[in-house]
Design a protein around this ligand. Structure first.
Ligand code: NAD
Length: 321
């Protein structure tokens, strides 16, 4: 499998675009903001309200501070993310690039079954739903708003696409060796979002891709960064990850791709996996999947079931008690 040679000339496609970056006040998101502004984008920065000072310091340090604007946003809150996209359009006229970068990791191990209540019953975990809420629901909120606000754009990129969405996943979106269960589950969800959004992307002439970074020195990896450095294992830099994200978002030929980014190793994991499917699962299975895709296309899509459970306001089962 060959390494991806980043073609930095794709960044020219970003000139005069407006981008929304979530989780933009620092870490990888902050570096994405710097790179986009340096390449001629206006950037609307979304992050939690308590990050406002960090966001404003970053803006003040930019060569063109008027090209960046902070909107306090919790991506899990629909009214706030609606305001984010509206503000971006009001301020800069349109949105052509959306980088769904905000993400969190649990603070305590979810499968730690040592904690019990006063009756000796396993204590309920509260971390999992927080991680899922931010990394999956928040990213889905961002994705839905991005499609809504970019679907009627005029052709923007050299391939005629109207907008570009980049989902920030993780190597944890493909592997599970670290055992950080909530994060791994959520990032596999982001991989699902990348795959499940391709039909909508092609319907609306948008491009949706993802980047899956390996360990990168930010707040998220601060607990083991020094030991990792000492180990001599390759580590990303925030700047290098931001570059991969910006180049893939700008590349007019990429649709449904994900770049796994581990220091000097950058590998495409989605289209490459499809091309190996026959070897992996057998050509009969590949043919079956192709026939199933044609079936659903002929049907006009997957006919959705009418599930009573989903119509009920009570999906918890409490009523049965
Ligand atoms: N650092 C790594 O090793 C690593 C590896 C793989 C993937 N990633 C991914 O990269 C992305 C950026 O992470 P980072 O490493 O820069 O971490 P970080 O903690 O420095 O940045 C994450 C940002 O997201 C913001 N955020 C959290 N919850 C939010 C919410 N509900 N609404 C809006 N913003 C919110 C935080 O305030 C923060 O500014 C994340 O999606 C992360 O999962 C990081």
């Amino acid at each position: 499998m060959s390494n991806i040679d980043l073609n930095l000339s794709h960044l020219d496609e970003l000139n005069r675009t407006t981008a929304i970056v979530t989780g933009a006040a620092g870490g990888i998101g902050g570096e994405i903001v710097r790179l986009l502004v340096a390449n001629g984008s206006n950037v609307v920065m979304a992050d939690l309200a308590h990050c406002e000072n960090d966001a404003n310091s970053l803006i003040a340090s930019l060569p063109h501070p008027t090209r960046a604007h902070f909107v306090p946003t919790n991506i899990t809150k629909w009214d706030q993310i609606t305001t984010l996209f509206r503000t971006a359009k009001d301020k800069f006229g349109s949105v052509e690039v959306v980088i769904a970068n905000a993400g969190v990791m649990e603070k305590s191990p979810i499968l730690d079954v040592e904690k019990v209540d006063q009756h000796g019953n396993l204590a309920e975990d509260n971390e999992f739903s927080k991680v899922i809420d931010i990394n999956i629901k928040g990213t889905m909120n961002t994705l839905r708003q991005a499609i809504f606000h970019m679907k009627d754009n005029k052709p923007t990129f050299s391939d005629g696409s109207r907008g570009s969405i980049l989902l920030v996943s993780s190597t944890s979106g493909y592997f599970g060796g670290t055992g950080v269960t909530g994060y791994i589950t959520s990032k596999h969800g982001v991989t699902g979002m990348l795959r499940g959004s391709q039909l909508a992307a092609s319907k609306h002439l948008l491009r949706i891709n993802a980047v899956a970074p390996f360990v990168t020195p930010t707040a998220m990896s601060s607990g083991f960064a020094t030991a990792w450095k000492k180990s001599g294992l390759p580590m990303n830099t925030m700047e290098a990850v931001a570059r991969v994200i910006a180049v893939l978002a700008a590349d007019p030929l990429r649709r449904g791709s994900c770049y796994l980014t581990c220091g000097p190793i950058i590998r495409e994991v989605e289209t490459s996996q499809k091309s190996l499917m026959g070897e992996w699962l057998g050509n009969d299975f590949v043919e079956l999947m192709a026939s199933a895709s044609r079936f659903f296309a002929d049907q006009g899509g997957y006919t959705l079931p009418k599930l009573i459970a989903l119509d009920s306001s009570d999906t918890t089962g409490d009523r049965a008690k």
